[in-house]
Design a protein around this ligand. Structure first.
Ligand SMILES: NC(=O)C1=CN([C@@H]2O[C@H](COP(=O)(O)OP(=O)(O)OC[C@H]3O[C@@H](n4cnc5c(N)ncnc54)[C@H](O)[C@@H]3O)[C@@H](O)[C@H]2O)C=CC1
Ligand SMILES: O=C(O)C(=O)CO
Length: 386
């Protein structure tokens, strides 16, 4: 028998039992659930990553839906437990769902929600922040100041890379990758090269229009190119940012061989998922190429870093905070709760998971729909006509 897991209970007499494996930011998500007759149990266990056994204990004998986290292993075992407890809904509080075995969820008829529509700009902004921090050696310079080592301006002190006029490479130009590309092109007048399985027409049009604007104002126009292979991006770009989903095809997408194709003074940013980069190969590459820099928000074995990474001065590392703005995190909590609530109430699926403003408006009740269910088609769930 698993040990009991501590919870805070809201609306104890609610008809539907919903479990959240973590406290989440804001209170709107709590109010939306309890106003709709849910008994909400929020896990308060002082442990960051819950085990499968602990989540099974939280699910218990009767549970209608669970709001979970990207750190949890939502596979066959958990979906079987949720199904036994009568559950029909699970939502990740994340847009990525590589921690979820969607096939297993399909087998038990459980809807899997995620939270696009509120993370894109926040995550792209962190990728931009890491790009600047790495290019201008901000973390190294900050450490130098705090250590009392600054004894006057010097021509060679912390010389870094100028972004203007250089080439930014984006691998995975979906929602976040495109937003990041736009920021770097518009903000720093960088040229763009991108690789994705699909063409990003909107992004291309944006860069063309901005280039025309610059030209009309007597400035060097920015340019774009859709690369026919990922290697083309690696060879040509000065700054490369990774934004693909993590799946079997993107595991170790950046490996030793690919690192060796990049410019010696290139900058690599990863705000997607840690296993997209072979981190052992990366540490070796950083050691052998001191002018090569990285900005990492995600790691192969979170919460750990591969040996040696923490000692590398040419690495900027932050703890998976790319979506950590108040607005985004509260929005994620609201969307995850509404995915679960919507399925419990048998609401249809929202027609566009990227256009979620009506769910976020604090002054009116949310639409009677599930904002984003990734296996809606597989489960044959109806789409909202709203
Ligand atoms: N660090 C963080 O806190 C955050 C990380 N993420 C990660 O970012 C990922 C991307 O998010 P979105 O932009 O919203 O997803 P998205 O689905 O809009 O974009 C992903 C893009 O990757 C492309 N892609 C897939 N396989 C590829 C390959 N082999 N090579 C090149 N491109 C490939 C897809 O065609 C798609 O355009 C999420 O799946 C998640 O893992 C998302 C939010 C926050
Ligand atoms: O949404 C995601 O995929 C995250 O990584 C959380 O920020």
């Amino acid at each position: 028998m698993a040990k009991p897991v501590s919870v805070d209970v809201w609306n104890p007499n609610g008809k539907y039992r919903v479990v959240s494996t973590k406290p989440m930011p804001g209170t709107r998500w709590i109010n939306l659930l309890i106003e709709q007759d849910c008994r909400l149990e929020i896990c308060t266990q002082k442990k960051t990553i819950l085990s499968v056994e602990e989540i099974i204990a939280l699910i218990g004998d009767r549970c209608d839906g669970v709001i979970g986290q990207l750190t949890e292993d939502w596979g066959e075992t958990l979906f079987a437990a949720l199904s036994r407890a009568g559950g029909k809904a699970f939502s990740n509080m994340a847009v990525g769902y590589n921690n979820v075995d969607v096939e297993a969820a399909n087998k038990y008829g459980i809807a899997v929600g995620n939270t696009p529509g509120v993370l894109t700009e926040t995550t792209a902004e962190l990728a931009a922040a890491l790009s600047l921090a790495a290019a201008r050696r901000i973390v190294e310079a900050d450490g130098f100041m705090r250590a009392g080592l600054y004894d006057g301006w010097l021509p060679n002190l912390f010389v870094g890379n100028l972004l203007k006029g250089q080439t930014v490479g984006v691998i995975g130009a979906g929602r976040i990758g495109s937003a990041y590309a736009r920021m770097m092109v518009e903000g720093f007048k960088m040229n763009l090269i991108y690789f994705d399985l699909y063409q990003s027409t909107r992004l291309e049009k944006f860069v063309t229009a901005y280039g025309q604007f610059l030209k009309a104002n007597g400035e060097q126009p920015v340019t774009w190119k859709r690369a026919s292979s990922m290697d083309e991006v690696l060879v040509e770009a000065d700054l490369i940012s990774l934004h693909p989903v993590l799946d079997k095809t993107t595991y170790h997408l950046v490996n030793k061989e690919r690192l060796s194709k990049m410019k010696k003074e290139a900058i690599l940013i990863n705000c997607s998922r840690g296993p997209v980069v072979d981190e052992v190969a990366l540490v070796e590459h950083l050691r052998e190429n001191p002018m090569f820099r990285v900005g990492l928000d995600v790691f192969e074995d979170e919460p750990y870093m591969k040996p040696g990474l923490a000692d590398m001065k040419n690495a900027v590392v932050v703890p998976h905070i790319a979506s950590a703005s108040k607005w985004t995190r509260e929005g994620m909590a609201t969307l995850a709760a509404l995915n679960v609530l919507g399925k419990i109430k048998q609401y249809p699926i929202w027609h566009d998971p990227n256009k979620v403003e009506p769910f976020l408006d604090e002054n009116s009740p949310p639409p009677a729909a599930c904002p984003s269910i990734v296996n809606a088609k597989a489960l044959n769930l109806p789409v909202s006509k709203l």
